[in-house]
Design a protein around this ligand. Structure first.
Ligand code: FE2
Length: 326
């Protein structure tokens, strides 16, 4: 066999006379031969994922959170949440590949200090009366049925002036930020951000009545992929697609799949979602995670509204989006 001499300016010449020599040299150079077998291939035929279709029941988690209300001190109130960890081995955080959700509770009289971070975030308000959020100095109500946005880089905090514990679901793109690694996080210098204005009608708030009014004039998908549906425009949060769809009692959507990772939150009603081979019966407040390419369909058993957050805009922007009825 011919001998190839490699000149290494930083050290002695290396002689490569055999495959073993070559592999030793590739180790030394921190390169990987593309022709060797790999534990995990580089390409595969169609989307696959470790994430599994999963449902979380709001009533069960709410009971656990109510207990946390007495056990977790007010100083930790901003973190009195329970994260919807997708239950595959080794995962301790993400709900789907790019997104994470958590149920959160705040007690009457509590105020959470403000902070800001790179991750974009939103809240689906499940049971709340008298609670509020402060986003970039603007105080806005957080009431049942509202969706509140806290875009990345915006200061945000919250408090509660009502009489009963308030519950909501947080949704953030933290797993995406972890993947791409642009994370910044800052506590507000004076702990509590000063309230510069009070606005019931805020660009950070989609209030329940406006969502319902929008659904009254919304159109169904003619191919029955979804019921009458509105998109919640959130230009400051381009990583997430936000929609609310209405399903009349007994309405069914066609079985479909797409490359987008989706999380559905039941804002009203009851029904079931079939994902792959599983059927999740749901009611108000429940959450269903649908990983990429998992076939799913919904069927309602009473008038329902489903909020959906997904990474569909990212998939589209990158030209990775693909969908089909199955
Ligand atoms: Fe936050």
């Amino acid at each position: 066999m011919d001998t190839v001499m490699i000149k290494d300016n930083a050290g002695p010449q290396t002689e490569i006379a055999s495959l073993d020599d070559l592999y030793r040299e590739t180790e030394r150079l921190e390169v990987t031969p593309g022709w060797v077998g790999r534990d995990r291939p580089i390409f595969w035929k169609e989307p696959r994922t470790d994430f599994v279709p999963t449902q979380w029941r709001y009533r069960q988690v709410r009971d656990a959170l109510a207990s946390a209300g007495t056990l977790i001190d007010v100083a930790l109130a901003e973190r009195r949440n329970l994260i919807l960890r997708n239950p595959f081995p080794g995962n301790n955080f993400a709900t789907v590949r790019t997104l994470v959700c958590a149920y959160q509770m705040i007690l009457p009289g509590e105020v959470a200090p403000s902070h800001r971070h790179s991750a974009h975030a939103l809240r689906v308000i499940l049971d709340a009366k008298g609670s509020y959020s402060v986003v970039n100095g603007e105080k806005t109500p957080m009431a049942s049925g509202d969706i509140i946005l806290t875009p990345g880089g915006h200061w945000h905090g919250h408090g509660h002036e009502g009489a009963e514990p308030a519950y909501w679901l947080d949704g953030l793109d933290i797993p995406l930020v972890h993947l791409m690694e642009p994370m910044f996080f800052e506590e507000y210098p004076d702990k509590y951000e000063k309230i510069a204005s009070v606005a019931a009608d805020s660009r950070f708030r989609f209030c329940r009545d406006a969502i319902l009014a929008g659904l009254d004039t919304a159109k169904s998908d003619p191919e029955e992929g979804h019921g009458p549906r509105i998109t919640l425009e959130a230009p400051d949060m381009p990583t997430m697609g936000l929609t609310v769809e209405r399903l009349g009692s007994g309405q069914r959507t066609r079985r479909q799949r797409s490359t987008a990772n989706r999380i559905f939150v039941v804002m009203e009603g009851s029904g079931e979602t079939k994902v792959g081979e599983e059927t999740f019966a749901w009611q108000k407040g429940d959450t269903v995670a649908i990983p990429t390419w998992a076939p799913f369909s919904h069927q309602s058993t009473s008038d329902s509204q489903l909020f959906c957050m997904s990474d569909e805009p990212l998939m589209r922007a990158f030209k990775y989006y693909r969908s089909e009825f199955v």
